[in-house]
Design a protein around this ligand. Structure first.
Ligand SMILES: Cc1ncc(COP(=O)(O)O)c(C=O)c1O
Length: 386
């Protein structure tokens, strides 16, 4: 982690370890435990602000996680039952018939949700290539919400966040950035001008492939009360996390800085080696100077993360499937962001955009030894393609 990754006077690598802890009290737990309860003993009179009351209204284990993510992103956070529950809550802020600008190749669940809301007459959707800043700025006209995802899943597109978010703010367009791939350690969208940040905390924040969880962080804004509106949505729609999941996510977050540092270093090395491999036609990793978003990423991120994609010479879906089938150390699986390295041909999912190349394989690089990872990937490529 670079020295400038500070929040107030503490570096983010410290905040991930220390935030959300109760005051140090003799003989009390160091961290907030899992609070498993559906209800709380009532206060004497009518419920007071801050009362927990009922398990759908609040939970101390959620609060510890929310305080930690909030401290890292720079605004109050709300935990949801999954990344999609968090994204649904953001879409629910749009007035009936409102227009939402989305990337043309975001996470497939996001585009599927947008299309379903459009088919139901709830919103209108404007998909844009988010790396094309002029196209995005033109699409903002008359929009109610823009959702960006940078770097994006699985195309690794990098949007010009400061330019787009400033224009959205000036035009009165609400903005949300899906920060799942970068994590708040590498990118803080609120400081770049976003109103909202979304996470599939299922991925890097939790980090061990054992939890589904979502987060929305809002800018601190008493006027629009985005936090209050999202809290109201979560409570009445029941889009709440389980206390055990929140506890596991916070436990995972305690090692986020070391995981990201190690996994990013592995990813950078694998991107370089894949770029030199004769079976590979293109590597998409913002850390490569050949990536079209490299300069942008340098300007708005503190590192390039541990996600990357590559395509095969010949663009064969069958060969890409064989690469995924031939790995032994890597795991062929969907999802991402765990300590273990995983890979997937994204077009195997019917819901994936046709703009994603058939042979594109997405890598979620873990924290194993980089030479072991390379040797396995290399043998899988050679057995399938060469
Ligand atoms: C970038 C991104 N956003 C959101 C989601 C949805 O998260 P969840 O699966 O926790 O609902 C995913 C899931 O893969 C994702 O990759």
């Amino acid at each position: 982690m670079s020295d400038d990754s500070t929040l107030g006077d503490l570096a983010s690598a410290t905040v991930v370890v220390t935030a959300g802890r109760p005051p140090a009290t003799p003989n009390q737990p160091l961290n907030v435990p899992v609070v498993l309860t559906s209800t709380y003993t009532a206060s004497d009179f009518a419920p007071q602000p801050g009362d927990l009351g009922y398990g759908r209204w609040g939970n101390p284990t959620w609060t510890a996680l929310e305080d930690t993510v909030g401290a890292l992103e720079g605004g109050p956070a709300l935990a949801f039952g999954s990344g999609m529950a968090a994204i649904s809550a953001v879409f629910a802020l749009v007035p009936l018939g409102g227009t939402v600008v989305i990337p043309d190749t975001p996470y497939s669940g996001t585009s599927q949700l947008a299309r379903e809301l459009e088919a139901a007459g709830r919103i209108r959707v404007r998909p844009v290539p988010q790396a094309d800043t002029e196209a995005v700025l033109a699409a903002l006209d008359g929009a109610d919400l823009i959702v960006l995802e940078s770097p994006s899943n699985p195309m690794m597109d990098v949007a010009d966040l400061p330019t787009i978010l400033a224009a959205a703010r000036q035009g009165g367009v609400l903005s949300a950035v899906d920060n799942t791939f970068a994590t708040p350690l590498l990118q803080q969208p609120l400081s770049l001008g976003a109103h909202l940040v979304v996470h599939a905390a299922t991925k890097y924040l939790s980090g061990h492939s054992d939890v589904l969880l979502g987060i929305v962080v809002t800018e601190p804004d008493p006027e629009n009360d985005l936090y209050g509106r999202l809290l109201g949505h979560r409570t009445i729609n029941g889009a709440i996390p389980g206390p055990m999941e929140a506890w596991l996510a916070l436990r995972g977050m305690r090692t986020l800085a070391v995981r990201i540092e190690r996994a990013s270093a592995n990813a950078a090395e694998l991107a370089r080696r894949l770029g030199d491999h004769p079976a590979v036609s293109q590597v998409r990793y913002p850390g490569l100077s050949s990536h079209p978003g490299h300069q942008r990423a340098l300007a708005q991120m503190r590192g390039f993360g541990a996600m990357l994609s590559f395509e095969l010479v010949g663009q064969s879906a069958e060969q890409a499937e064989r690469v995924c089938a031939n790995v032994r150390l890597w795991t062929h699986t969907t999802s991402l962001g765990g300590v273990e390295s995983t890979l997937e041909r994204r077009r195997r999912h019917g819901g994936e955009s046709v703009l994603v190349p058939e042979s594109l394989i997405r890598l979620s690089v873990g924290i194993e030894d980089v030479d072991d990872l390379w040797n396995d990937l290399q043998q899988a490529l050679e057995a399938a393609v060469l």
